[in-house]
Design a protein around this ligand. Sequence first.
Ligand code: RUQ
Ligand code: CUA
Length: 622
Amino acid sequence: MKAWVPITSGLLAGFLAATISFGNFSSRTENKTVSGSTKSDAEKVYVPFGKQDEYYLFASGGHSGQMFIYGVPSMRHIRTVPVFSPDSATGYGFDEHSKKMMGDYTWGDLHHPAFSETNGDYDGKYMFATDVGNSRAAVMDLKTFTVKDIINVPNTSGPHCAAFVTENTEYLFLPTRFSVPLGSKYEPLDDYSKKYRGVMSAVTFDEKNTKLNIEYQVALPPWSYDLSDAGKKVSADWAVMTTYNTEEATTNLEINASQADRDYIVLFNWKELAKMVKDGQYEEIDGQKMIFPEKHKGGIYLVPVAKSPHGVDVTPDGKYFIASGKLAPALTVFSFEKAFKAIEHKEFAGDRNGIPILKYESVMEREVNPENALGPLHTQFDDQGMAYTTMFISSEVVKWDPKTGKTLDRVPVQYSPGHSVSAEGDTVSPDGKWLVALNKIAKDSYLSVGPSHPESMQLIDISGKMKVIQSVPVNPEPHYAQMIKADKIKTIEVYEKDEKNQNAIYKQEQAKIVRNGNKVDVYGIAMRSKFIFDVKSKRPDVIEVNEGDEVTIHLTNIDFDEDITHGFAINSYNLNIEVQPGQTNTVKFKADKAGTFPIYCTNFCSALHQEMTGYFLVKPKQ
Ligand code: RUQ
Ligand code: CUA
């Protein structure tokens, strides 16, 4: 077996610290001399007023729990869509639907967005994302850019290694970053290796009801699962994911999880796993169908890889998967075909936790070691099948040929890129043209806003020699992004009337307030430029209740006009919802404060927007 570049753990911290600062310093000085967009670069990113961008860029918002939508090549920020965190700009987390989806959580950590796919191509219908902070998965409908469903994923703790969808969105796999005891019960850390598991969840999407479901789970060994990718074409039934901490360390991971010379890539056949579940090869654990690889054999294999790998990416032709070495300078190209042969001939080198280990030599295609490049993290592809790998430590993007391992080009970025994303980069047919580097550190790139700087996204023209031609600040923290052709996304302009929705009213005459004991239901209308809550009242824009009443307000926006969104806020009641054109939305709360509270529309909607007000009166008890 070939030796990996040894980095002994004692030296590790020093090595990293030195290379990080050196890497940044050197590329900073280099950048100072090479950066500076020319007039022709400026023309490439200039999208004149009235014209639209060619691509949408969906960038994860990390621990903001949001998704940021940009246009490429202008790099204009178009919208922030809240996913895992409440957002008063859109009333997300206040109305009943989003409040229920959010549960008790008030934040999320959104890492890896993934588009729904048909035949390995983005179909522009849905966007999936996972929450590392509170172990959830979400689906966003791209007709409206709103989140339709969020599920909590038990046993899988911090699904960082997600979300990556299979070729026809059959599955969204969520492997865990943190191993915990099944059922998240208390178990002493001394029993880590016996009692803890790294659970992967197989999530399906029911498009008809826009619901996510957990179909089954796999109790993998108690390791950390970092990044994954689904196979394509020849490897379509397979998926790969990187592991670290196969040492099973329970403290001081910085040192202890970097001891062994190698970790693994988990290679699994999801069709076989689905068949095992169908054949009853699982155990019922807390209402989940759990596959235990040591008992339910088949479908899962381990491929040894250089220690503590980070990204793993499948080439567009589906023939290879490329692992990045994080602590090593090397990338490793593995062949699916070789892996399939080794599995067929049962060429195993023992097992771990009952999972057969394939021999490194029999799966490895080549080791790639671009000169002086350090800290490879993630790889994207262009229309020629060429690879682009971000180098965190040497702060650059390196272009190379997966078929030869030859370095073709490289460009410094400012600084320390995590992921990058190329146009349609995760599909079976990437577009080339553009690559956006998602940089962790933006030092001296923008006007200062104090000690904490924004992160940065840099647009790289990859149509010829790579060149950074635009740079924009971005909120924390773009972990990954997806870039899709703009014409694939078909948004609606207004919501259609939904006559079946009992909460919706479309005529002013129907506006009413219904009292039932201490329950008050308001069926109201929002329109330019007034609220109508009770059409029969002498003050139709007033809601009067008693202290302690349970108040439910259903509000329908009857302006079926593009961009005429109304807001609904009650002053000092800490609530604000939004009704988009034609939409009906519900907000529920307890009138626990007596007094007089103005109601107003929060979204500027007409010249008389300031007049779009009313009163919420709460009569005191006694
Ligand atoms: S990770 S910087 Cu959260 Cu995607 Cu690699
Ligand atoms: Cu409606 Cu402002």
